[in-house]
Design a protein around this ligand. Structure first.
Ligand code: 4NP
Length: 165
């Protein structure tokens, strides 16, 4: 847990994909939007990162920004890579696919047992998505709409879960 300057206990959530320009910025933007809609801004610290470094410093992929905008959400992150200090800062690391999950488990310092590393789809109680958010990078626009829908549904369930925890 972190604490804000106001002393409110916060749950910190890091969304993780490969490049941090498509799926995890979408998840960060959608989750932040849901948190704000519910007036819970003070209770969450939200960020995203990639397991790879190719796009560090870049804004989200234009196709991810477009699909988010079409749903009334703006993405304002800059890509960064997951770092060891993240395991000190974050209560939850939420991976988009099994490869992201595996890399995070490999990076986890031996002394860290507190950070919960989970697949985003594990929170989707409907369970009809498979258990991964597919990588849309090499596909077309429809792949981004599909990713938006999967991430949105799973983020709703994640927030419900964290509110109840
Ligand atoms: P993301 O998508 O992991 O959802 O951000 C990708 C972005 C870039 C690459 C692969 C996936 N890439 O190979 O550069």
């Amino acid at each position: 847990m972190d604490a804000t300057s106001k002393g409110t206990p916060q749950t910190s959530v890091l969304f993780v994909c490969l490049g941090n320009i498509c799926r995890s910025p979408l998840a960060e933007g959608i989750f932040r939007h849901l948190v704000e809609e519910q007036g819970l801004d003070d209770y969450f610290f939200i960020d995203s990162a990639g397991t790879g470094a190719w796009h560090v410093g870049e804004r989200p992929d234009g196709r991810a920004s477009l699909v988010a905008r079409q749903h009334g959400i703006s993405l304002d992150s800059r890509a960064r890579q997951v770092k060891q200090a993240d395991f000190k800062s974050f209560d939850y690391m939420i991976a988009m696919d099994r490869e992201n999950l595996r890399v995070l488990e490999d990076l986890r310092p031996e002394a860290n047992s507190d950070t919960q590393i989970k697949l985003l789809c594990s929170y989707n109680v409907k369970g009809d998505n498979g258990d991964e958010i597919p990588d849309p990078y090499y596909g077309g626009a429809s792949g981004f709409e599909n990713v938006y829908q999967l991430v949105h549904q799973s983020c709703k369930e994640l927030l419900q879960h964290l509110r109840a925890a």
